[in-house]
Design a protein around this ligand. Sequence first.
Ligand code: NAD
Length: 464
Amino acid sequence: MSSASEHDLVVVGAGPGGYVAAIRAAQLGLNVGCVEEAGALGGTCLRIGCIPSKALLESSQRFVEAKEQLAIHGIRAGEVTLNLAALLRRKEQVVTTLTRGVESLFKKNKVTRYLGHARIAGSGNLTVENGGQSTALAAKQILIATGSKPAGLQGVEPRGDLIGTSAEALSYRETPKHLVVIGAGYIGVELGSVWRRLGAKVTVLEFLDRILAGMDEELAAEARKLLGKQGLEFRLGARVTAARVEEGQCVVEAEGAEPIRCDRVLVAVGRLPNTESLGLENVGIETDRRGFIPVDERFATSAQGVYAVGDVIGGPMLAHKAEEEGMACVEGIVTGFCHVNYDAIPGVVYTHPEIASVGKTEQELKKTGAAFVKGPFPFRGNGRARALGQADGFVKVLADATTDRILGVHIIGPHAGELINEAAAAIAFGASSEDLARVCHAHPTLGEALREGALAAGNRAIHA
Ligand code: NAD
C-alpha cells in the first residue's frame, strides 16, 4: 500500500504540460502527485499568460468596436468610456475560475496536490520545500514540467511595471501614454494591441526586419500591414541595447536611432526554461547549451525514471504543445505507446484579425527544395466574412505538388485561431488538399474560406 507521500508518478509543475499529464496519468490508473509552487494551479498559461491576455484582448477589442466600429452597422452608441479597473477585475475573475477549475479536476481525478518548490533529491526521491518546511516524496517516475520565464535583455534594467515583462503588462493600473515594446513576437503584438486599443501610443522595436519570426513571411507581412493600420508603430531592424528609468521616465536605446522616452517598457524577447534549483545534478541531468533538458522521443531524460515535457525541453513554447507532450509521455509510461505529431501543432496569435498557422511555412518548404502548390484565398471572397464586416486577410493552403498531401496552412483573418483546428485535423489525418476541398462546408461560414484555399491549391477556387 502506498502512503500519502509515495506515488507512482510525481509531476513537477501544474501548467498545461504538468496538470494535463497528471490528470491523464490518474485516468490511466496511476497514483499521482503534483507539486506546484504557485498558490493557484494552471501555470503561466492560466495565471499570467494565455488566459489573462485573451481576456484583455477580448475586452479591448469590444472597446474599440463600441467606440469606432458599430457605426458601420448603423448603430450609434453614446459616449463610450473605459473603466480599466473593471476590465482588469473581469480578467482576474476569468483566471480565478479557471485555476479553481484545475483544482477541482485534480480532486475529481484524485491527483494529490503539493504546495511548494520541488527538488529532485536522488533517484525516485523528491523534497517539497514550502516556507521553511520540507516534505519528502517517493516516486517511481518523475515528470518535470516546470515551464519557462521571460528572458531578460542585456542593458535593460527591470524596474517594476515601468520596465517589466508580460506579467506586469497584464495589469497596468492605468493606460500608458506611450508604451515601448521590445520584440515583435507573439507577446509583443498581442499585448501591444491590447494597450493600443485602450488608448496608448505603442512603439514596437524589433531586431529583425520582420515581425512574428518563424511564421510564414506572407502572413507576417499582412499582419504588419493590418496592425500598422490599427496604430501599432513597428520599427524593424531596431536592436535594443539599453533601457532604464531616468527621473521617473523610461529611456530606451536602440542601435542607430535616437533614444525613445516613454512611460512603460514591455520586454518581450522570448522565454527561458525553468531549470534552476530542481536538483537535476542529483540525478546527473545536464541541460543543453540553451538551458533546455534533453529528452528522447518518449520524453525520457538521461536519468532513469525522470521525464520532461513542455517549455523546459525546447521547441515551440505553446501550452497545447506541452499538453500533447504531457499526455503522450504518461501514455508512453503506462501503455508503451507515445507519439506527438509535431507537424500538426498549430500556432495562433490572438490579434484582430487572428493569425494562425499549422505545418510548414512556404520558406521552410523552399529551403528543403520540396515541390509544392499553393492555394490562396482572400476573405473578401467569403460571404460570412463580408457579413461580419471582417473581410481582411487570407487563407493559404500549401500541398505537395506530387501527392497533394497538405503540408501547411496559414490563415490571417476572422477567427483564424478556430479555423486552424480543421487544418490541423486534416494534416493529422494525412489529408490531401482535394480531401479537404471535397468536404461539404456549411454556408455561409468562415470555414468555406479554408475549403476555397484547398480548392485553389487545385486551381479550382469558385469565389476567387
Ligand atoms: P518571441 O520569441 O515570440 O519574440 C521575441 C522577439 O524579440 C523576436 O522577434 C526577436 O527578434 C526580438 N528581439 C530579441 N532581442 C531583441 C532586441 N535586443 N531588440 C529588439 N528585438 C529583440 O518571444 P515572446 O513574444 O516574448 O514570446 C515568448 C514565448 O511565449 C514564445 O515562444 C511564444 O510561443 C509564447 N507565447 C505564445 C502565445 C500564443 O500562443 N498566442 C502568446 C504569447 C506568448
